[in-house]
Design a protein around this ligand. Structure first.
Ligand SMILES: [Zn+2]
Length: 516
């Protein structure tokens, strides 16, 4: 789909004193409600007027969208201004603001987390050229400009519940390239019974397993696919223990883009099934995650595929951070005291922390949470690096939590930094503790998390028992993936079902025993 830059002009209609016109790009001249919800999400205006490519203004009702006027070329733009002025005069608007440069994109540059060098964005630039693959970059934004029109009030008026409601804080230039799957907006449950059982004041469970491909990784992959489409990449590639792969294949499929995915042999069947159904070109590597990673890096270089490896691609963390933005908004612009996050590659905890930092930078929340990184005992190189203060040393991972079974975490620096800067800590849990958290979450909350998805909760249980967190604390964790992705682990931890003959008295006897 071809995309054409659209100039925009806004007008205030009615009771509001500000309007922001947002120049945008829309795909193929199609204007639909879905596009508008994402694009005009942060305009606090009551009506929207569109000028189509023939110059006829289209008017949409306020319940569908907010307000914006846009047109494709200078002549039409002038015409739109005239129409706007007329309407503004008629409705008593106090001010018209025209905007001449794109305002949906606020990335100011990239900064190396190792040497601190700053870069302007460039198509091929993913890691710091001076530091190599170790030089992971941070995406920086012009927050002062964002603040001018991205406010709590504006968000409150935004009907879009997907994570694109935070578009000004995301590195996506062309909203017309956003893949259509609905991502984010996951529920935050106030698990009162569980909180009481564990002895903490409040416990919030963010269930990200409800995303389209059933994991938090959808947040990152959707940003990756939007950027791949913008860069006109012929395909996307990644290596993954499962979830990043299935989410990338899903988002790519929804946008009509091919994907080349490398998974290690030990990826659970359900994740492989997802890849096959999403039509990915799939390679099961007879080797580890690290081997799969190297192969995918090679293909990105060799064939010019868009590289979605979150360990090195700085933009993916920007998708992941939306989980924290949502959490703050769901808690009425507050952060929990502690946030427990399962750590594998280190990208998720880095993203979650960045989200909270940005919410405070914008003044949306007052205090930051302590970040607690939870690793599986059989794969805890990030925890070791945090403890020793020395560079990460690769390990050979052994844990049933496949999504965090990472021996060479690419993003360990950001993961260590998140915990250190927040004043939190790292801890490890055994596979048994992970399985028991899985059962606890299912039984107490009706949420089915995969092993890595409940590792944060396993950390909370252990931390509460060991008095690592105060009883008055508000604690939160993110269920990063749905349990249906790995039923083998679930069956392992659960009680056996009752195998019965068709015999009423037999059933009666068993149920009586259960009810006792
Ligand atoms: Zn560097």
């Amino acid at each position: 789909m071809e995309s054409v830059p659209v100039k925009a002009l806004g007008v205030l209609l009615g009771k509001y004193d500000l309007f922001y016109g947002i120049p945008i790009c829309l795909g193929g001249g199609k204007y639909n409600i879905w596009d508008l919800a994402a694009l005009t999400a942060f305009t606090a205006v009551e009506k929207i007027l569109l000028s189509d490519s023939f110059g006829y203004p289209l008017q949409l009702e306020p319940e569908y969208c907010n307000g914006i006027i846009m047109t494709r070329d200078k002549a039409l733009w002038k015409k739109a201004i005239d129409i706007t002025k007329e309407l503004a005069a008629g409705s008593g608007a106090s001010r018209i603001i025209t905007v001449k440069k794109p305002l949906t994109y606020f990335v100011s540059g990239l900064k190396c987390i190792v040497c601190g060098k700053e870069y302007q964005e460039k198509k091929e630039l993913l890691t710091c050229p001076a530091c190599g693959e170790e030089g992971i970059l941070d995406v920086e934004y012009d927050y002062d400009v964002i603040l001018r029109y991205f406010t709590k009030t504006v968000l409150a008026r935004n009907p879009d519940r997907s994570h694109w409601r935070y578009l000004p804080l995301m590195p996506v230039k062309d909203a017309g390239k956003i893949p259509p799957l609905r991502i984010g907006g996951s529920p935050l449950y106030d698990a009162r019974v569980l909180a009481k059982a564990l002895g903490v004041r409040r416990l919030f469970i963010k269930d990200d397993g409800i995303n389209p491909t059933a994991s938090l990784k959808d947040r990152a992959s959707s940003v990756g696919v939007a950027r791949a489409l913008f860069e006109r990449a012929s395909a996307v590639t990644c290596a993954s223990t499962g979830n990043a792969a299935s989410s990338l294949a899903g988002s790519a499929a929804s946008a009509g883009l091919s994907s080349f995915i490398f998974v290690p042999e030990n990826a659970p069947q359900a994740k492989i099934a997802q890849l096959l159904i999403f039509g990915a070109n799939m390679f099961v590597v007879k080797g580890s995650y690290e081997d799969a990673f190297d192969l995918s890096m090679y293909c990105a270089r060799e064939f010019g595929f868009y590289n979605r490896n979150s360990g090195i691609n700085p933009y993916l963390v920007e998708g992941k951070k939306t989980v924290s933005l949502e959490m703050c908004e769901q808690l009425n612009w507050n952060a929990p005291d502690y946030v427990f996050v399962a750590v594998g590659d280190g990208c998720t905890i880095a993203g979650v922390w960045k989200g909270f930092l940005e919410m405070r930078r914008l003044g949306f929340i007052k205090s930051l949470p302590f970040m607690v990184g939870v690793q599986a005992k059989g794969a805890m190189p990030v925890m070791k690096a945090w403890e020793s203060g020395k560079p990460m040393r690769p390990v050979s991972p052994h844990t049933l939590a496949d999504s965090i079974a990472v021996g060479t975490p690419r993003n360990w620096r950001k993961a260590v930094r998140a915990v250190r800067d927040s004043g939190g800590f790292y801890m490890s849990v055994s596979d048994e503790e992970i399985l028991s958290a899985m059962k606890l979450l299912g039984g107490a909350c009706g949420i089915f998390g995969e092993p890595a998805g409940v590792t944060g909760l396993a950390g909370i249980v252990k931390a509460a028992q060991s008095n690592l967190i105060p009883a008055k604390a508000t604690v939160a964790t993110i269920i990063t993936g749905n349990g249906l992705k790995d039923i083998a682990a679930a069956i392992k931890t659960s009680a056996k079902p009752h195998l019965i003959p068709v015999d009423y008295s037999y059933v009666k006897k068993i149920i009586r025993k259960i009810l006792l």
